[in-house]
Write a protein of this length. Structure first.
Length: 374
């Protein structure tokens, strides 16, 4: 184990850490790999509803990796300065970082719902209810009422369920966790681990959290993984190694493509979340990166959140197309492959044209409000 070393690094568009601190570029890259796994998983779950036939049937575990990585990054970025900046400023900074894409994802979801050429809806929402759904989506208020969309917490942008719990984790951190001694944090993490295992045992997997029926499963998932990531930082569990980005990307991908294990599947998933993901975060923070791969990791990390928050509108269109027309395997191969590439390209455009400019504007606006004479 090695202590964190400080070094001035400024990598535009990657993890939002202080520029005066060391930047964990490999973790940026791994976040992008996880986002890509989510996209492919969402394509494939339409084609293979049976997870045992889906080569990336555990791609949903990328969300737990996101939560763990978030706990590490938030602790690293704010543990030593939240007391000075204040809880309110912390909340504002997180809103600026996260919420512009929450809004855009909701807009894209609404447009996809209204303009989907392949959709055959069995329920009549009406203008008023659809408008209420949109408002709940942009304000991250769970509203699982869309029967045609399996009662997702957020019918217009299904992925917002994890952002809802990310916000809850950030609130709990800002109010309580940031000043909690390590031994108490470790105790809470252990209790969250028990809750996570109970969820897995009851449901047979850790896939829940996205629907009204499995709402509290999401609480168990974020409670453990966010706390575990925070523990990795608090205890300086930074493991020096030479695996590099490629080696760690392969190790992370193994978690997503591991096979199903029948009645013991929930145990395998729990072990991945409880131990493997925190280990990968510790390894990612302690590994070195050749200069030739730095741009790739920065790009991967920069587009990960835009990709995650904007792709699901297309998934509903694809799902309706697949359900109605049952295309063959060759056509599906090209659709999924080209579709994934186009979604990455769209995420890059969203980042450059919308996300970064909006966040810059909001930061300037916040500084102006704090200091009108500046």
């Amino acid at each position: 184990m090695h202590k964190l070393k400080l070094a001035p690094v400024n990598l535009k568009g990657s993890l939002s850490l202080q520029n005066t601190k060391q930047h964990f570029v490999i973790l940026d890259g791994l976040r992008g790999i996880a986002a890509l796994a989510v996209v492919v998983f969402h394509f494939m779950e339409w084609i293979f509803p049976d997870p045992s036939k889906n080569f990336i049937g555990h791609g949903f575990l990328a969300v737990d990796f996101f939560f763990c990585l978030s706990g590490f990054v938030i602790g690293y970025a704010y543990d030593d300065r939240l007391g000075k900046m204040g809880v309110l400023e912390f909340f504002k900074s997180r809103l600026i970082r996260l919420h512009p894409l929450v809004v855009l994802g909701s807009v894209l979801g609404l447009l996809a719902y209204l303009l989907d050429p392949f959709a055959i809806y069995t329920e009549e929402l009406g203008t008023g209810k659809l408008f209420l759904l949109f408002l709940c989506s942009i304000f991250l208020i769970p509203f699982p009422v869309m029967k045609d969309r399996a009662f997702n917490l957020f019918g217009l942008n299904a992925l917002s369920w994890s952002l809802f719990w990310e916000y809850i984790a950030n609130i709990v951190y800002g109010v309580f966790l940031y000043k909690l001694p390590r031994r108490y944090l470790a105790t809470l993490t252990a209790l969250a681990a028990v809750a996570l295992c109970l969820v897995g045992y009851r449901a047979g997997n850790l896939l829940g959290g996205w629907s009204g029926e499995s709402f509290w499963d999401g609480c168990a998932r974020v409670s453990y993984s966010f706390s575990a990531g925070l523990l990795v930082y608090r205890f300086n569990w930074i493991i020096k190694n030479r695996l590099g980005f490629v080696g760690l990307a392969l190790l992370l991908s193994l978690a997503f493509v591991m096979p199903q294990f029948g009645q013991w599947n929930w145990v395998a998933e729990a072990l991945i979340v409880l131990f493997y993901f925190p280990l990968l975060v510790a390894l990612g923070a302690g590994s070195s990166l050749p200069s030739g791969l730095k741009k790739l990791c920065v790009f991967s990390g920069a587009i990960s959140y835009p990709l995650y928050m904007t792709h699901y509108a297309i998934m509903w269109i694809f799902g309706n197309y697949y359900t109605n027309y049952k295309p063959g395997s060759t056509e599906l191969f090209f659709i999924v492959s080209i579709g994934t590439i186009l979604l990455v390209g769209a995420a890059y455009i969203v980042m450059k044209v919308y996300d970064i400019p909006v966040r810059k504007f909001l930061r300037r606006r916040l500084r102006t409000l704090k200091n009108p004479s500046a």
